[in-house]
Design a binder for this molecule. Structure first.
Ligand SMILES: [Zn+2]
Length: 109
């Protein structure tokens, strides 16, 4: 079972108290963007076997959205952090690199 700690209220909750929100850190394209960019924003998602960044909502708790970094194979959680951040915090990236040397994703390498 997936267990995450809400970065807002500090409660450690299992997935029955949480609601998934899909991939985190999607790049949104505004007015003037092309059809391909908008199509990519709407439909293209990563589906990695390994490190993944996701959005979760503490649905049966404080109700706030947050991000989680976890391994999709092992369910190991590298950390959770507030949804207002544009990239994973340094400590989360360090935890991932410690388990997956040479890991990189997008521009977070
Ligand atoms: Zn919470």
């Amino acid at each position: 079972m997936l267990i995450l700690t809400c970065p807002y209220c500090g409660i450690t909750a299992d997935e029955t108290e949480l609601a998934p929100g899909g991939e985190a850190h999607l790049k949104r394209h505004g007015p003037g963007s092309g059809d391909d960019e908008f199509h990519s924003y709407l439909f293209t998602r990563e589906n990695p076997r390994g490190v993944h960044f996701e959005r979760w909502r503490h649905a049966y708790g404080c109700g706030k959205w947050f991000h989680a970094a976890r391994d999709t194979m092992t369910l190991e959680v590298f950390g959770t952090y507030k949804a207002q951040t544009t990239e994973p915090p340094k400590e989360v990236r360090a935890a991932i690199t410690a388990r997956h040397p040479g890991w990189s994703w997008r521009d977070f390498s």
